[in-house]
Design a protein around this ligand. Structure first.
Ligand code: FE
Ligand code: FE
Length: 269
């Protein structure tokens, strides 16, 4: 039988995944997202790329119904699949680092959902805050739990946004995508192409890239974003397996690529 991915209805998907999404929907409001931007976008914690990778050896993503290995294994599996398909070096590197924003658990707390135990502010499919939640969210029955959905300024199709404003103007639920995007945008030695930054920023935005929602908020540029994301998404999703790698074994290959695009100094988190 062929393996299926993202099946949330299957009986062996633990209640933990569902519970994760309930908390995420309940707590991720516009106000929460703004407070997390303030907490995390300080760029004052230097840490080399490989040290960040090593920290993901001790984090298992509770929102992922497909993989129960440390997150660094998923990163290496994605990168190796991109490499195996002969795709460009910058895309291989993007596969290797795309979830690195999860290192925020090092500075996280249970209260704000950015710890080992509470990951609702860090992982999982994201949605737009400040406008109505669409039915394309996973577990849409939780949408009504979000306090912003009972606020008339936020619960309409456009909410606080202008029609056709484009993806880059939206506030998404806080998580590892936006965190790494902002950290790398602030990183002076960053030479990754724009497509890589798009893959990093929007890969968890399933209600948009897979659900087809938010059409009133999109602009022309977002069509190109969609193609970029779909290209990347296959590697993020369909490469998950029980194959184990050693970070040290792949480092010799990826380190020069990392230095080419991100320099050799520390990254400021
Ligand atoms: Fe991710
Ligand atoms: Fe991923």
């Amino acid at each position: 039988m062929e393996k299926t991915f993202r099946n949330y209805d299957h009986s062996d998907i633990t209640a933990a995944v569902r519970e994760h999404y309930r908390k995420m929907r309940q707590n991720q409001t516009l106000g929460y997202v703004q407070s997390m931007q303030k907490k995390y976008l300080t760029f004052d914690k230097p840490m080399p790329l490989w040290e960040a990778m090593e920290h993901l050896n001790s984090l298992i993503d509770v929102s992922d119904p497909d993989l129960d290995l440390p997150n660094v294994q998923h990163l290496i599996q994605s990168a190796e699949a991109i490499r195996g398909d002969g795709r460009p070096d910058w895309m291989q590197l993007t596969g290797l680092i795309h979830d690195l924003g999860k290192v925020m658990f090092l500075w996280g707390s249970d209260e704000d959902g950015t710890s080992q135990a509470e990951q609702w502010g860090m992982v999982g499919d994201v949605f737009v805050v400040g406008c109505a939640l669409p039915d394309t969210c996973v577990y849409p029955e939780f949408n009504t739990l979000n306090p912003d959905m009972h606020n008339s300024s936020y619960n309409t199709t456009l909410g606080i946004y202008e029609k056709g404003c484009g993806l880059d103007k939206l506030n998404l639920a806080w998580g590892h995508d936006e965190y790494l995007y902002q950290v790398l945008s602030n990183h002076k030695e960053n030479r990754l192409p724009e497509e890589a930054m798009t893959m990093i920023r929007y890969h968890s935005f399933y209600p948009w890239h897979t659900g087809g929602s938010y059409t009133d908020l999109l602009n022309k540029k977002d069509q190109a974003y969609l193609e970029t994301i779909r290209d990347f998404n296959r590697y993020d999703l369909y490469t998950k397996s029980q194959k184990i790698y050693e970070l040290e074994d792949v480092r010799a290959y990826y380190q020069p690529i990392a230095e080419k695009y991100l320099g050799s100094g520390p990254i400021y988190w």
